[in-house]
Design a protein around this ligand. Structure first.
Ligand code: NAG
Ligand code: NAG
Length: 291
């Protein structure tokens, strides 16, 4: 346990150090997009719960040096195994990635209380865990399908042409993280890191196909499938893809300070929870030993 604690303290110090470079874009990284929880519940205090806590701690640790990782936490029985992964958006710096994942980890417990499986997508990162494995499995089920208002007026044709060109660019291949822009239209697509190149391509193509067929002449579209997403925004109207384009102005230093305060608060919270859990485990373990 003291190892966990030492690691967390180190992470906190590193994050505090990196936080001094905060820019206003950080606030949007933590914005909520979707969450999902399994119907199945685990027994509070069970081995499964402590494995899940280990998994979430591993996410926070790992996100300080890697933008994607998967974990399998083995238990004493096959019922206690937890599978999980996290991933940050391809353009996030490591401190931003770590902050986003730490934020997700603090949220998921209240969003999915006692669920054996859970997933949370924020603007900047994704976390998912379950007691059945989903690692390396392509999943094209639709999780979020959101279209903005239709573009009206003289520039509709121009914007739609640019939208189609941006989507075609995203679909024409590349790595797991793809961005494109034409005029005011911006697009982004990403696969979860456990997919092969061909699975990634298949998944991105499917989300683009759905965006085009379901979002018609919408100014923005978000299509999140199980293991990938594609999004676009025609600048002025939607702005959902990159909120850095929003007006910064005088609020920027406030945003930075607030994100800084929130980060420290969250990290302190995570550390406290882990101290508390290890304390509880010791107490329970101690009692169990005597009786
Ligand atoms: C997952 O958890 C549920 C609820 O505890 C349990 O019924 C199910 O058997 C578990 N699945 C596996 C593969 O362990
Ligand atoms: C999971 O992570 C391990 C290394 O930690 C890696 O070797 C493996 O390929 C990963 N599996 C998937 C499905 O990404």
């Amino acid at each position: 346990m003291s190892l966990h604690l030492a690691a967390l303290l180190l992470i906190s110090l590193l994050l505090i150090f990196f936080s001094s470079f905060l820019t206003p874009s950080h606030a949007s990284t933590n914005s909520f997009i979707f969450a999902g929880c399994s119907q199945l519940k685990y027994t509070p205090g069970s081995a499964y719960e402590s494995n899940l806590n280990s998994l979430l701690t591993s996410f926070v640790n790992s996100a300080t040096y890697s933008s994607y990782n998967n974990f399998t936490i083995l238990g004493s029985t096959s019922q206690d195994v937890v599978y999980g992964l996290y991933q940050c958006r391809g353009d996030l710096s490591m401190p931003d990635c770590a902050m986003c994942v730490a934020h997700s980890v603090t949220q998921i417990g209240t969003i999915c209380p006692d669920s054996t499986g859970g997933a949370l997508q924020l603007q900047g990162c994704f976390i998912k865990y379950d007691n059945t494995t989903f690692l390396g499995v392509e999943d094209k089920s639709v999780l979020v399908n959101k279209c903005g208002p239709s573009i009206m007026g003289y520039n509709q044709g121009d914007l739609m042409g640019r939208r189609d060109a941006v989507l075609a660019g995203l679909g024409s291949g590349g790595g797991p993280y793809r961005v494109g822009a034409s005029g005011k239209v911006q697009g982004v697509a990403q696969c979860v890191g456990d997919l092969s190149m061909s699975e990634c391509q298949d998944c991105v193509s499917e989300s683009i196909r759905r965006l085009k067929s379901e979002c018609g002449a919408a100014a923005s579209g978000d299509m999140f499938l199980g293991k990938c997403y594609a999004r676009y925004s025609a600048g002025s109207v939607g702005g959902s893809v990159d909120s850095k384009s929003g007006s910064g102005g005088s609020s920027s230093s406030n945003d930075g300070e607030r994100a800084f305060a929130i980060t420290i608060g969250l990290l302190a919270g995570v550390a406290l929870i882990i101290v508390f859990l290890s304390f509880i485990r010791k107490v329970v373990g101690g009692k169990g030993g005597k009786s």
